[in-house]
Design a protein around this ligand. Structure first.
Ligand SMILES: Cc1cc2nc3c(=O)[nH]c(=O)nc-3n(C[C@H](O)[C@H](O)[C@H](O)COP(=O)(O)OP(=O)(O)OC[C@H]3O[C@@H](n4cnc5c(N)ncnc54)[C@H](O)[C@@H]3O)c2cc1C
Length: 613
C-alpha cells in the first residue's frame, strides 16, 4: 500500500501551538495573535476549523452572557449560579475570570457578523433565560473560525494529534505535539514554546442509547474523542473532577435540546398520567443531599434524579408539554427553528415518528454520561488561576497553565469551571492564549526534543496499519482475526465496560467499589488487547487513536469515581455503597496524576475555596 511507502514527515516550529480549533482553540489562536504580534501562532485541528467541534452544526443560543453593560448580571452572580448547580464544587477563581471577560467575547462575535436576536422594546440582546441569549446561529462556527484563521500564522486542518512532545532537558515541560494527516497519512512534528490544549470533551466513553447504525447519534458531538484529557494525562498533568460526568435530560431518540423550550416557550414536564412529579421526590432527594435540594435554581443533577425516580417508580414516560405553547404561532416557529439551527436530527426524528409537538407531547429521557468541562459539569485539567484572584494554593504559574509547564487548558479541557458553554470556552481560550504568550516571552528559548522520542512515537502511531497489513493475511474473509481487533470492537468493549461498571444507562447510573474495581481489571485486559488494534486505512487509524484517548480518559473517570466515596451528584451517578452527599469529608476537589512509566495513578484531595460570598 502506497500509504506507508510515500509517507512524508512535515516539521513545523511554532511559538504558540493550539491543539484543537473549536471554540476554545479559536479563542486561543485569536488572542495569542493580539498579544504576540510577531509570533508564529499555529492551530492544529483534526477536522476543518470551518465546521469543527461541538458547535459545528450551529447553535440557537449563547448560554453564557452576563449583560454587565445593562446591569443584568455580575461575575459574582455567575460564580454563585455555577457553584450552586455543581453542588458547591467549583473553582470560583476560574469561573469569576470567565464571568468578567465573557461579555467582551460576545460583543466581538456580534462585530464579526453573528446575527443576534434583539428585544424590540429595549434593544438589548433577547434573553432566553437568565444567562442565555438567542442568536441566529447556524453559521456561528464559520464566523468564529474566520477570526482565528486571520489571526493564525498557519492553520493545519485534518491533523489528528496523538501525543505531546516533552522537553528532553525538563521532562515536565511541554515542547510540542505529533500527529498525522488523516487524508495523506503524512507524519507531523510540531515543536513549540507553549502549547494550548483545546481539543473538546468526550462522547462515546459510555455506551450510548443509540445503537447499531444509529450509534453516531449522541448528544455531545460524536467526534469529541477525549483528546483534551488523553493528551495531558499521558504526560502526567493533574486532572480534576473526572468523576463529574454529565447526564442530560433531552428529547428522546434525537437528543434535541430542551433549554429554549423550558426557558423561552415556558413548557413544563409531566409523567405518563399527566401529573407533576418533581415535588413527589422532594423528601427522597432531601434525604440524600440535604439542603442542596432547596437551592434555586434546583441543580441540574437533582432534576434528573426526580425524573429517574419517577420512571423507576412506573410513572414513565416523562413528557414535555408542548401542545399548549405551540398554539401560539410565534412559539411554534421558535420551537422548530431551535432545532433547525442546532439539532436538525430531532426534527427528522419527530417527522419520522409522526410527532407534531403542537398535538403530541414528546417524550424526554436521560442520556448516557459524557465527560466534559464546559456544560453543567467540570471535568478537566487542574490549572493555575488568575494572578489577581486565585488563592495561593490554586496558583503555581501562569493563568490556565496545567501542572505541566508550558501546557495550557481551555474550554472542555479545563477542569473545575462549568457553565462556560460556547462563549465561555472561547473566552477561556483567549485567557489561555494570552498566558501562553506571557509564558513564552518570559522563557524565550525553544525546548529541546529528543529525535529518538520522535522516531519512537512515529512507529507507535502507525503500528495499527502494520498490525492490519500482516494480520489480514491470516484470514480469508470477514472481520474477525486471531491477531488484531478493529477500532470499533475496542470502542464497543470500552463503552460496555464503562456502562456496566462505572454507572451508565443500563445500570441506571449506579456503581460501587466492587464494580469499579472489577471495571479496572477488565480495562487492564482491554489495554493489553488495544496494542493489537488493526487499522485498515487512515480513517481507522484515526479511530484507533481516538479510542486510545478515550480509554485513558475512561480510566481516569473510573479512578476518580472510586476515590470519591459519596454520591455528590445524584442524577449524574450513584455510589450505591455511599448513597449520601458527604460534605464533611468530600467538600473538596479530587485530583489525579497518571505516571506513564509505572502506569500507576495517584489520587489526592484539594480544598474548595469559596471566594464569592
Ligand atoms: C448538542 C450541543 C448543544 C449545545 N448547545 C449550546 C448552546 O445552546 N449554547 C452554548 O453556548 N453552548 C452550547 N453547547 C456547548 C458548546 O458547544 C461547548 O461548550 C464548546 O464547543 C466547547 O468548546 P471547546 O473548544 O472546548 O470544544 P469544541 O468546540 O468541541 O472544540 C474541540 C476541537 O478540537 C478538535 N480536536 C479534538 N481532538 C483533536 C485531536 N486529537 N487533534 C486535533 N484536533 C482535535 C475537534 O475537532 C474540535 O474542533 C452545546 C454543545 C452541544 C454538543
Amino acid at each position: 500500500m502506497g500509504l506507508l511507502g510515500s509517507r512524508k514527515t512535515i516539521r513545523v516550529d511554532a511559538d504558540i501551538l493550539v491543539v484543537g480549533g473549536g471554540m476554545a482553540g479559536c479563542g486561543a489562536t485569536y488572542e495569542s495573535r493580539y498579544w504576540g504580534r510577531d509570533l508564529k501562532v499555529v492551530c492544529v485541528e483534526k477536522a476543518n476549523i470551518e465546521r469543527s467541534g461541538a458547535v459545528a452544526q450551529g447553535l440557537y443560543a449563547i448560554n453564557c452572557y452576563m449583560g454587565m453593560r445593562w446591569n443584568e448580571n455580575q461575575p459574582e452572580d455567575f460564580v454563585r449560579y455555577a457553584s450552586n448547580d455543581l453542588m458547591g464544587l467549583v473553582r470560583e477563581d476560574l469561573a469569576y475570570d470567565i464571568g468578567r471577560h465573557v461579555d467582551s467575547t460576545v460583543h466581538k462575535f456580534e462585530e464579526w457578523g453573528l446575527p443576534m436576536m434583539k428585544d424590540p422594546e429595549t434593544g438589548r440582546y433577547q434573553r432566553e433565560g437568565k444567562w442565555q441569549i438567542m442568536i441566529h446561529g447556524e453559521s456561528y462556527k464559520p464566523i468564529v473560525a474566520e477570526a482565528a484563521r486571520k489571526a493564525a500564522t498557519e492553520v493545519h486542518n485534518r491533523i489528528m494529534v496523538t501525543h505531546l512532545l516533552m522537553d528532553s532537558k525538563n521532562r515536565n515541560r511541554a515542547a510540542g505535539a505529533v500527529g498525522f494527516n488523516v487524508r495523506t497519512g503524512d507524519f507531523y512534528v510540531f515543536k513549540a514554546k507553549a502549547v494550548v490544549i483545546a481539543a473538546g470533551g468526550a462522547s462515546h466513553i459510555f455506551k450510548p442509547r443509540s445503537v447499531g447504525e444509529g450509534m453516531g447519534r449522541t448528544w455531545y458531538a460524536p467526534w469529541s474523542s477525549a483528546s483534551a484529557y488523553g493528551l495531558p494525562i499521558q504526560v502526567g498533568a493533574k486532572m480534576t473532577q473526572m468523576e463529574n460526568r454529565i447526564v442530560l435530560t433531552r428529547f428522546k431518540d434525537g437528543y434535541g435540546p430542551v433549554g429554549a423550550y423550558f426557558l423561552h416557550l415556558k413548557t413544563y414536564t409531566q409523567n405518563a398520567y399527566g401529573q407533576e412529579y418533581e415535588s413527589k421526590w422532594y423528601d427522597d432527594t432531601k434525604a440524600l443531599v440535604g439542603d442542596y435540594v432547596d437551592r434555586h435554581p434546583v441543580p441540574t443533577c437533582l432534576r434528573n434524579h426526580a425524573l429517574l425516580k419517577e420512571v423507576a417508580n412506573g410513572g414513565g414516560p416523562i413528557r414535555m408539554v408542548t401542545t399548549e405553547a405551540f398554539q401560539d404561532p410565534h412559539k411554534e416557529q421558535v420551537g422548530w427553528e431551535n432545532f433547525l439551527g442546532m439539532t436538525i436530527g430531532q426534527a427528522v426524528v419527530w417527522a419520522s415518528q409522526n410527532i407534531d409537538p403542537k398535538h403530541t407531547n414528546p417524550e424526554l429521557t436521560t442520556s448516557e454520561p459524557y465527560v466534559m468541562g464546559s456544560h453543567a459539569t467540570c471535568s478537566g485539567a487542574w490549572s493555575s488561576g488568575p494572578e489577581d484572584y486565585a488563592p495561593p494554593e490554586y496558583r503555581w504559574g501562569y493563568n490556565r497553565m496545567m501542572t505541566v509547564e508550558g501546557l495550557f487548558a481551555a474550554g472542555d479541557a479545563s477542569g473545575g469551571t462549568p457553565h462556560k458553554f460556547s462563549s465561555g470556552s472561547f473566552t477561556e481560550g483567549r485567557i489561555a492564549g494570552k498566558s501562553a504568550v506571557n509564558y513564552m516571552n518570559d522563557l524565550g528559548e525553544m525546548p529541546q526534543v529528543d529525535e529518538a522520542e520522535i522516531k519512537r512515537l512515529e512507529e507507535q502511531i502507525y503500528q495499527p496499519l502494520e498490525n492490519y497489513r500482516v494480520g489480514r493475511n491470516e484470514i480469508v474473509a470477514g472481520t474477525v482475526s486471531p491477531s488484531y481487533i478493529l477500532p470499533i470492537h475496542a470502542l464497543q468493549r470500552l463503552e460496555k465496560l464503562m456502562d456496566e461498571y462505572c454507572g451508565g444507562i443500563t445500570v441506571n447510573y449506579m456503581t460501587n467499589e466492587p464494580l469499579l474495581t472489577r471495571g479496572l481489571e477488565l480495562m487492564e485486559m482491554l489495554k493489553e488487547d488495544s496494542v493489537h488494534i488493526g487499522a485498515e486505512d487512515l480513517h481507522q487509524l484515526q479511530r484507533t487513536w481516538e479510542f486510545k484517548h478515550r480509554l485513558l480518559a475512561s480510566e481516569s473517570v473510573v479512578q476518580h469515581t472510586l476515590f470519591r466515596k459519596e454520591t455528590r451528584w445524584p442524577g449524574y451517578y450513584y455510589r450505591g455503597d455511599h448513597m449520601k452527599l458527604d460534605d464533611e469529608n468530600w467538600h473538596c476537589f479530587t485530583l489525579s496524576r497518571y505516571d506513564a512509566e509505572t502506569r500507576k495513578w495517584t489520587m489526592e484531595k484539594a480544598p474548595v475555596y469559596h471566594i464569592v460570598e
